[in-house]
Ligand binder design. Structure first.
Ligand code: IMP
Length: 196
């Protein structure tokens, strides 16, 4: 069965192919089908936004479409940046400017608990839908650490490992990350769906 990933991100495609390859399914990027649509993410939850993206690409392609949405939720900021993670602080900021905004927001506040969340939704042309979720718990670091990764990785501290996401190898991060957990949940659900 052929699936479309509602994204232009080759890194995400590789991750998905690695985990779904063993199910014998083929996954292509929406750009490989000439689809450049980018629906507005108007949802208030990660799952809603993932559904908006998956549904739009499924309708445009006629193929089952998979989308994800993720972000960082900080307790002391009432869950912000949340679904606004990619545009926190406004358009045109760098990743560093966005995480500095989080650091300033939690300065002097306790606890500094936070979590990354990821939702994956797959919409099938027959109207059926699969959804999966993953989280990873952490705290907001007192200072940015590490150079790997992207986004909020330098300030996402994993107490058990005493390292930020930006100090982990891609393999170490994938083993515990919100996206890794959501992908594993999704792979299991897709396996059950295809075998049902
Ligand atoms: P998307 O769902 O992949 O588009 O991610 C939305 C935003 O959440 C990104 O632009 C990042 O700011 C943030 N984000 C999501 N996942 C991660 C991660 O693993 N590390 C750092 N930031 C992340």
């Amino acid at each position: 069965m052929k699936f479309v990933l509602a994204s232009h991100n080759k890194g995400k495609l590789k991750e998905l192919q690695a985990i779904l390859g063993e199910l014998g399914v083929e996954v292509v990027l929406q750009s490989e089908l000439g689809l450049d649509l980018e629906p507005e993410e108007t949802g208030t939850t990660f799952a809603e936004n993932a559904r908006i993206k998956a549904r739009a690409v499924m309708e445009a392609s006629g193929l089952p479409a998979i989308a994800d949405d993720s972000g960082l939720c900080v307790d002391a900021l009432n869950g912000a940046p949340g679904v606004y993670s990619a545009r926190y602080g406004g358009e045109g900021l760098t990743d560093e400017q966005r995480y500095q905004l989080v650091l300033r927001g939690v300065a002097g506040q306790f606890p500094r608990t936070c979590r990354f969340q990821c939702a994956i939704v797959c919409c099938f042309p027959n109207g059926e839908e699969l959804s999966a979720n993953g989280t990873c718990e952490g705290t907001v670091a007192f200072t940015p650490m590490g150079t790997d990764g992207f986004g909020y990785d330098p300030i996402f501290f994993v107490p058990r490992l005493k390292k930020t996401f930006a100090q982990l190898s891609p393999e170490e991060k994938n083993a515990i990350s919100h996206r890794g957990n959501a992908l594993r949940d999704f792979a299991q659900k897709l396996k059950d769906y295809l075998n049902a």
